[in-house]
Design a protein around this ligand. Structure first.
Ligand code: HEC
Length: 146
């Protein structure tokens, strides 16, 4: 089971397209070499956060607290983006507010409280993405724990 999830995740990574259209159709498979682009520092942090949030959603849906704490996301403010305009004016306040909300996930001691904090975090992901990078929003919305 775990292997399948890992594989699904790797395939998911391959299909990531930074701020491009929401769900771009993959090009027809001619060769079996996926083109792995070199992510920017910021894009890598985003991928890590996306993975962590996916894992946390799975734990929470099974009624378990997830203690994972990503250290890299704290460097979101200084990380280099793929293109300079992706971090326009106003990026920093969004990042700071995101980090504040993220910290609440780790102070949660009950599943219900962590679910609420996790969903608040997803709101904060989307708030910043609406301003700076709307491509991945439909994928981010899947992170909500219902
Ligand atoms: C403060 C703004 C901000 C916040 C908060 C934020 N993002 Fe991002 N995100 C960006 C920007 C800007 C990019 C484009 C980065 C680049 O290409 O260098 C990005 C890119 C991404 C990507 C595409 C990465 C790739 O492979 O190119 C994903 C997926 C993503 N974010 C998910 C998330 C998730 C999940 C969260 C919340 C846990 C989140 N983001 C929170 C601004 C933000």
């Amino acid at each position: 089971m775990h292997k399948i999830l890992t594989l699904a995740f790797i395939l998911g990574l391959v299909s990531l397209v930074s701020c491009g259209g929401p769900e771009q159709e993959p090009a027809p498979k001619k060769t079996w070499t996926p083109e792995l682009d070199q992510p920017s520092e910021l894009a890598q942090i985003m991928r890590d956060m996306h993975e962590e949030a996916t894992n946390r959603k799975n734990s929470l849906e099974q009624g378990q607290l997830d203690p994972a704490l990503s250290e890299t996301l704290f460097s979101m403010i200084t990380a280099h983006p793929t293109k300079p305009h992706m971090k326009g004016e106003g990026f920093e306040p969004y990042a700071k507010s995101f980090i504040g909300i993220y910290n609440q996930i780790h102070s949660a001691e009950e599943v219900g409280v962590q679910i609420q904090a996790h969903n608040n975090m997803v709101d904060a992901c989307i708030a910043c993405h609406t301003q700076f990078c709307d491509g991945p929003i439909s994928r981010i919305e899947k992170l909500y724990v219902r």
